[in-house]
Every structure is written in structure tokens, then in C-alpha cells.
Design a protein. Structure first.
Length: 55
């Protein structure tokens, strides 16, 4: 039987942080796209990119 090294706590913690960040970035993009879409319904056109949504 082959031995398996024990995982340190840092590896799962780093993976959790990476997945959480990816989720937050995805949600931020979804919110920006939704805002851009709602604004377009009122005739307000915003260029792509988060920086261009700011007033």
C-alpha cells in the first residue's frame, strides 16, 4: 500500500480563497452587465468595462 502525504491546512485554505475570489469576480461582472442592460432600456449607453460605468 502506498503512503499518501497529509495535506497541510494552507492548501485547502488557498483553494477556498481562490474559488471565493473567482465567485466574487463573476458576480461583479454579472451586476455590471445587468446595470448596463437596465440603463440601455432607458436609452443610456455605457461602454464596456467596469471603469466606464462610474459617473
Amino acid at each position: 500500500m502506498a503512503s499518501v502525504p497529509v495535506k497541510l491546512a494552507e492548501a485547502p485554505a488557498a483553494a477556498m480563497l481562490r474559488r471565493t475570489r473567482e465567485l466574487l469576480v463573476k458576480r461583479r461582472t454579472q451586476l455590471a452587465d445587468a446595470l448596463r442592460g437596465h440603463a440601455a432600456e432607458f436609452g443610456l449607453v455605457a461602454a464596456q468595462g467596469r471603469a466606464r460605468l462610474a459617473p
